[in-house]
Design a protein around this ligand. Structure first.
Ligand code: MD3
Ligand code: FE
Length: 232
């Protein structure tokens, strides 16, 4: 069920060669994408407690697609100065307040900011931390993250709870894609050539983690996506 912490993070990767990236696995054919286990089990529990506190002030809501109003199967909330939201009339955008409560987003917890500081290699803090909750059966179609003004900063993803099948391709729609299995505690960083790669979540694997059991008895996955939105 759980990957032993001592095992190689991903059998298909090879180890990069410079600086912090020594600790990452580079995926062949995906330059700029780095993937590795990051948080220990204890750190994962600390992070869940912090994210749960965020959602008490900024509850998960169900975003809808621009124009059609079709609901996402993923529920979302945010912390940080700016949050990513979507609805039928406003479309995809960043805004400083929760679309349901109207309140400012809570601050990004320190344990999450610390990952950016250690990993991102970018000299300014993230402005947005999107919190996605995938119940069993939820998925996220292939898309690009292009609602930001700053594509120089990487995007950093942290996974908590059940494993998922993550799909990533190139920067053009319709090209070849490949899949990675993301597990609780993993970090993925998308920078450089992969910053505008198409990506999505095909499915989650219910029952592969007990981390969120007390919060979501049916299981599920939480993804934290850290982004720079504006140019510094
Ligand atoms: C690859 N979330 O919220 S995070 C999203 O697991 C989103 O919830 C997924 O895609 C999730 O927009 C994937 C990993 C991720 C984030 C940004 C990327 C992968 C990326 C940008 C470029 C390429
Ligand atoms: Fe995305």
């Amino acid at each position: 069920m759980r990957r032993p912490r001592s095992s190689a993070p991903c059998s298909s990767g090879r180890i990069a060669t410079a600086g912090m990236t020594d600790l990452f696995v580079r995926e062949p054919g995906l330059p700029g994408l780095l993937h590795r286990p990051y948080w220990s089990a204890e750190e994962q529990r600390t992070a869940v407690t912090a994210v749960r506190a965020v959602t008490e002030d900024a509850p998960f809501y169900q975003p809808t697609m621009p124009r059609t109003g079709r609901p996402f199967s993923v529920r979302m909330t945010n912390c940080g100065a700016l949050g990513w939201v979507s609805d039928r009339n406003g479309g995809y955008r960043y805004q400083p307040t929760h679309p349901v409560t109207g309140l400012p987003w809570p601050p990004i917890p320190d344990i999450i900011l610390a990952v950016w500081a250690a990993v991102a290699g970018y000299p300014h803090p993230p402005e947005a931390c999107l919190v996605n909750h995938y119940a069993p059966g939820a998925k996220l179609g292939l898309h690009q993250d292009a609602d930001e003004q700053d594509f120089d900063a990487p995007v950093l993803s942290l996974s908590l709870g059940d494993d998922c099948r993550f799909r990533v391709g190139g920067t053009a729609r319709g090209g070849a894609t490949r899949t990675l299995r993301l597990m609780s505690g993993d970090v993925v960083m998308l920078g450089g050539a992969s910053r505008l790669a198409f990506h999505g979540v095909d499915r989650i694997y219910p029952g592969t983690s007990t981390l969120l059991r007390d919060w979501f008895p049916a299981g599920g996955r939480i993804n934290l996506t850290l982004r720079r939105v504006t140019k510094p």
